[in-house]
Ligand binder design. Sequence first.
Ligand SMILES: [Zn+2]
Ligand SMILES: [Zn+2]
Length: 587
Amino acid sequence: MADYGEHEATDDPLQVLRHSAAHLLAAAVTELYPGTKYGIGPPVQDGFYYDFQFSKPVSESDLGAIESRMRRLVNEDRPFVRETLSREEAMAEFRKRGQDYKLELIADKVEGDEVSVYRTGDFLDLCRGPHVRSTRDLKAFKLLRVAGAYWRGDEKKPQLTRIYGTAWQTPKELEDYLKFLEEAEKRDHKKLGKELKLFALDERVGAGQVIWLPDGATIRRELERWIVDEELKRGYRHVITPHVAKLDLYRTSGHWELFHDTMFPPMRFDDGEELELRPMNCPHHILVYDHDLHSYRDLPLRIAELGQNYRLEKSGELMGMIRVRSFNLNDAHIFCTPDQVIGEVRGAIELANYFMSVLGVEDYSYRLSVRDKVKTKWAGTDDEWESAEASLKEALESLNLPYKIGLGEAAFYGPKIDFQVRDALRREFTNNTVQVDYQLPKKFNLEYVAEDGSRQRPVMIHRGAFGAFERMTAYLIEQYAGAFPTWLHPVQVIVIPITDSQHEYASRVADRLRSLRLRVEVDDRSQKMQRKIRDAHARKVPYMAIVGAREAETEHVNVRDRSNQEVDSSLESFASMVATEVAERRR
Ligand SMILES: [Zn+2]
Ligand SMILES: [Zn+2]
């Protein structure tokens, strides 16, 4: 059941603890800053927050004082007391306290005449609980940061101040978590992306639009080549389709009706034409299919594209390369006969698993996302849903893959398998999906000629195997903390001449490596060698090839890797060692 505070009420002890810490925070804030209005304060992953409307601005420098007040309340051992008030009494209590947001919540959220509230000393909150017994049970917490948040997530409503904190059962767990946060900050893709000059976000092009700088674009190009090659090996046919389409195309597909809130506003022309930036590639690939009359012999037809998509995410939700308004998806749509569905789903799962194993994505699980009982939002018949679900299940089970069920997480046109990935910062996200769809082929009246000459409807499988380049690159930056595997690193070798007299040999070394398609730089700045080594380390370059007089004479290089291992090697064996490592995409 949803709490009045718009979070799921839960008995999970850690959630209860964190939610109680949120009350403690609000109690401390209202004591320190009388007149503060409070919004909602739910537990979140690893912690909690509370939204406030302060009468004067509060910043991170005030968190220490708030935290001290929280500790004082802990020492006072104040119980969390639940009370049931009548609607009138509750309204009167919150009106007396000037808590307009709570009044609004009572008006909107409370059904019937009974209102559950919790009292901690003077502090009163609209809440169903449960809570810890007393403030004394809160032993390990810390306030972390301050952010802006619109009341009820609505940009048209007042902006409140959100204070985030973390809370744990024991001081040891808190300490471990704070260490993790420190490490996470070092890995943050926005920070590293800037330091390593991989990408830029520039207000002049607009929020949520990624500019891939040369080194970032190099990583992306390597990924793209690899993905396309692997798909070619598996019988995919690549297409290139426009970033826009007439709005009618999305009316037919059903996307406009369901997703117009996250689609860019259409571009309207004088002649009445309406063009829309595409939010997904499916309708375009349907047109690719529909361009020909297909026979059963053509199927399965696997249409793939590195497709650019546009979605109008809320500005408050944009984040680095993780939440953007324009992204490129490794997308494919497989058109097949009903008999081929299970085999194609298996193939799609196996390809995604292969991509993830090469990239070193290990922390992920499978979710079979199915419809829930709210029937209206699901297109199609029960038979179609059951058979689609059965195919996905059978594919997962035949591969011996364990999975969870995601009730209500299906796409509107069919169930799907989601690959739920956890990144180095422990955020879970859906990276790839495999979906079985009987609806879009129907809406677009797709056909193929069956063996007996009759016209039949193909099944459509939507499949992402790698995910979006933006999200995945952010993942990789954080996973490797910038120290990418050699095959992905923008610069694979830096050649460092010890003195000016080795410049010529250094450029010969670079030429030889480049002839093997390796990415090489020569650091011929007039800097001390130690400085050059330090700089190469900072860029996390996999190999330095240091060349002095002796190396030049013997056609050797002094090789240093990222762990500072040093070996002397002939140029030829070094070159072939790196080339092999790259060709095999070793981690
Ligand atoms: Zn509560
Ligand atoms: Zn699709």
